[in-house]
Design a protein. Structure first.
Length: 97
């Protein structure tokens, strides 16, 4: 579980990244989850774009995706959301003390 300070730090990092994957009309698929999990393992912080034709609520989808990949929901703004998952083998993001 992230603290408020950690979440704020992740939001500031997410501000500068672009979405690397998207959810379309097929919704959240196994292939999408696998791709997202691989990206989280490599980067720890990933932004996802939910296309309008998906018909999904962004915040609900973000929370469900975070649960499925065992990550943490960071934020949802407009049609984009950000997920964080700590890499236990090689931690990339160092939180300030």
């Amino acid at each position: 579980m992230l603290t408020g300070k950690q979440r704020a730090y992740l939001k500031s990092l997410a501000n500068g990244i672009k979405p690397i994957t998207q959810i379309g009309k097929e919704g959240v698929t196994d292939a999408f989850l696998k791709q997202l999990d691989d990206a989280l393992r490599a980067r720890e912080l990933v932004k996802v774009h939910v296309l309008e034709n998906s018909g999904l609520d962004v915040k609900e989808t973000a929370n469900e995706v975070a649960r499925l990949v065992r990550g943490e929901f960071v934020q949802a703004i407009g049609s984009k959301f950000t997920i964080y998952k700590k890499n236990r083998e090689k931690q990339i993001i160092q939180f300030p003390k």
